[in-house]
Design a protein around this ligand. Sequence first.
Ligand SMILES: Cc1cc2nc3c(=O)[nH]c(=O)nc-3n(C[C@H](O)[C@H](O)[C@H](O)COP(=O)(O)OP(=O)(O)OC[C@H]3O[C@@H](n4cnc5c(N)ncnc54)[C@H](O)[C@@H]3O)c2cc1C
Length: 394
Amino acid sequence: MTVSIWRRSMSLGVQSCDVAVIGAGICGLSAAAELTRRGLRTIVIERQSVGAGASGRNAGFLMRGAADNYWAACEQYGRELARKVWRISEENLSMLRGAGLERLASYRATPSCLVALSAGEREQLERSEAMLRQDGFDVGVIGVGRGRTPQDSLWNGRVAKERSAIGLVNPNDACCNPVELVELLRAGCGCPILEGQEVFEINDAGSALSVRISDGVVNAGRVFIATNAYAGTLVPELAGIVAPRRGQMLAIRAEGRSLAMNYYANHGSEYFREGYEGTLVFGGCRAGFAAEEVGYEDRPTAGVQGAIERFACEVLGTSRADVVARWTGAMGFSPDGLPLVGRLAGAGWGDRVWFCGGFTGHGMSLAHRTAAMAVDEMLGGVATPFPLARVIGP
Ligand SMILES: Cc1cc2nc3c(=O)[nH]c(=O)nc-3n(C[C@H](O)[C@H](O)[C@H](O)COP(=O)(O)OP(=O)(O)OC[C@H]3O[C@@H](n4cnc5c(N)ncnc54)[C@H](O)[C@@H]3O)c2cc1C
């Protein structure tokens, strides 16, 4: 964005730090915690408020893995990289537990269940189970809707009709209210957070980088960009790399109905879990609306919301859903579905400006650990398995 002369005259003054982190979602707050742990003076800059992005709007699944099942990931990335991604997501959850996740009122140690709604997906999940076992992961497979998960009587609807329905279970997964998680990360980041301050420009100012924010300037030795879906609005070279994709959700009143697991169906296209105070939350159904579910606009649409409602009714075996909330969030999709970490080659930036994002709808599962790994690489440590250079060039 450009900056008017009027805006330039407002001032928080000039502040200095070793590292300026842009974006106060899971990624930025986790990076800030790692930076302060290493003794670096850090300032987080957030244009709205902590958790205003996808981090405060998601489904709260802390699920092992990436967008699709393990077999599909092995096919796409090769087995070694897929295994690493699954391990990173397990480390992500165990690091969050170490940071106090289990103390959150909303924390539930609830297994995840990937549900196949077609014969093809069933075969993939069965292969995934075998491969996960071979690779040392804890996993199970259940028949869904055929009396083997009695707690989940709501599966009497859609899934019971699908003879092919099975579920692959990640027994050690969890879920929480993501807003509570973000507040936990805020409390633990140990550095100032400038909310309501948008970053407009990052300029080379000799020994430091000059970060122009809404009402002032932050001089920083390095900049860590954690703006995920919004990456291309600040750094044009990321515009064609991190694609903003809208995700929509809704919550329905479902007093007395409980779920034994968090469900991720149809290759993750649809997902649902218990909410709170007698609600269930459902999301997804983007597939039929891919062309319009693009960009940053926070607007639930009749098409996707209707599709989610129909899915919810099928699952519940009812004709009507009593919707109590509808919302959207902007996800940052990478070209291959894996996160992106690396140096950005802006004018005069040298190796001082780094990006970490592109979580492709899985930042709860990956961003905390990935951000810490990205900080390590930025400071000269070990490279992450997610080099930005694979899509943007060195
Ligand atoms: C509907 C939905 C459901 C989801 N469900 C799940 C799930 O169950 N499990 C899971 O693992 N993942 C899920 N995700 C994905 C997950 O929410 C994201 O991957 C994750 O939150 C990304 O975190 P982040 O910190 O990288 O980005 P964000 O949380 O989007 O944070 C980026 C921040 O940068 C700020 N910002 C942007 N530009 C600027 C600027 N120029 N200056 C200052 N600040 C700026 C934004 O205001 C924002 O706060 C879901 C996403 C959506 C939308």
